[in-house]
Design a protein around this ligand. Structure first.
Ligand SMILES: [Zn+2]
Ligand SMILES: [Zn+2]
Length: 347
């Protein structure tokens, strides 16, 4: 008789259900993971709040677990049964134009067939077990609290973003927004030798950023953000700006406060996805680069796990709470409260 497992599915707006499904069986070249916990990210929060996605939605892509079974043909000395692992659960096809170029975060097939074997849709981290390909796992330092492993994926997204910004020692970097992604951008930029300025309206988030090493913080409701950044940078504007907020008007500010030769990275999705004005003549004259960053590259994932494993990034203060899966509904309700950092569902 096939074994069963519990999963937490979103079945409608503001509705989660604990569903029993057949536990997947790893093929000879796959690994079975017992999931320890999975964090609730913005994507899952959005589906939970709106109910807009194919249902039932089995979310969860910020996952940590440990290996309980390795297929006969898995040949790696990187890890073994019992090891704690961080996981990259979003598919990459390996053969599309972008995968072939090593830009697998832009894979054209990355959201295909996720959890469809369970009769659900989504990356599948809110489950007791998950079958994984060995190359999508990273050994996680078991001396650390297991909860830290759920930060590998969001930190990987940030490492990928920071990589694009080509930060040089002493560069002036502005991070707009002090949520978990803003804080991680600040921390990784500091590791790269930047002088970091954060724009954030919330007092407690600014205090947290300062306690974690941010050089300057300010409230953009009290100061003209563009003018202030120029004032702090001798009139030049910043070398790098990371916009981690969703508002189109802030995207405009981000571009304006980027100096000549600067790099402006649109990290977050922009909602509503409204166009903004852009002055091509200004781009001509300033040679500033405006780009975006989405999802983690393999290299970004690898970097993130190394930073966590060695204690170079400590995510402790970004962890709001851990809920057993039986209290998943409460976990989601907590996660959607504005200002909450990460909420983890434990399995
Ligand atoms: Zn995420
Ligand atoms: Zn691909």
């Amino acid at each position: 008789m096939s074994k069963k497992m519990k999963v937490v599915a979103i079945t409608g707006p503001k509705t989660t259900e604990i569903v029993e499904v057949t536990r997947p069986i790893p093929r000879e070249d796959e690994v079975l993971i017992k999931i320890d916990g999975c964090a609730i990210c913005t994507w899952e929060q959005r589906v939970y709040t709106t109910g807009k996605f194919k249902m039932p939605f089995l979310g969860g892509h910020e996952v940590v677990g440990h290996i309980v079974e390795m297929g006969k043909k898995v040949r790696t000395k990187e890890y073994a049964v019992g090891d704690c692992v961080a996981m990259s659960v979003i598919n990459t096809c390996g053969i599309c134009y972008y995968c072939r170029r090593g830009e697998e975060n832009l894979c054209v097939d990355s959201y295909a067939n996720l959890s469809e074997d369970l009769g659900m849709f989504g990356p599948g981290g809110f489950a007791e077990y998950k079958v994984m390909s060995p190359h999508k796992l990273w050994k996680f330092n078991s001396d650390l609290p297991w909860e830290y492993g759920t930060f590998a994926e969001p930190l990987a997204c940030v490492c990928t973003s920071v990589h694009k910004a080509h930060i040089a020692l002493g560069d002036d970097v502005v991070v707009i927004g002090g949520g978990i992604m803003g804080i991680f951008h600040m921390m990784v930029s500091k590791l790269r030798g930047a002088h970091v300025i954060m724009s954030e309206i919330d007092d407690s988030r600014r205090k947290l950023a300062e306690s974690l090493g941010c050089d300057i913080t300010f409230n953009p409701k009290e100061k003209d953000a563009v003018a202030y950044v120029k004032e702090l940078t001798g009139g030049r504007g910043a070398d790098v700006v990371f916009n981690t907020t969703v508002f189109p008007e802030v995207a405009t500010q981000a571009i304006e406060m980027t100096g000549k030769l600067g790099r402006c990275i649109m990290y977050s999705s922009v909602k509503p996805a409204d166009p903004i004005d852009l002055n091509p003549d200004e781009l001509h004259n300033t040679e500033k680069i405006i780009t975006g960053s989405v999802s983690p590259s393999i290299e970004g994932f690898d970097t993130a796990v190394r930073l966590l494993n060695k204690g170079m990034i400590n995510p402790e203060k970004l962890l709001h709470g851990v809920y057993p899966y039986e209290q998943a509904q409460e976990a989601f309700e907590t996660a959607i409260i504005p200002g909450t950092y990460r909420v983890i569902i434990r399995f």
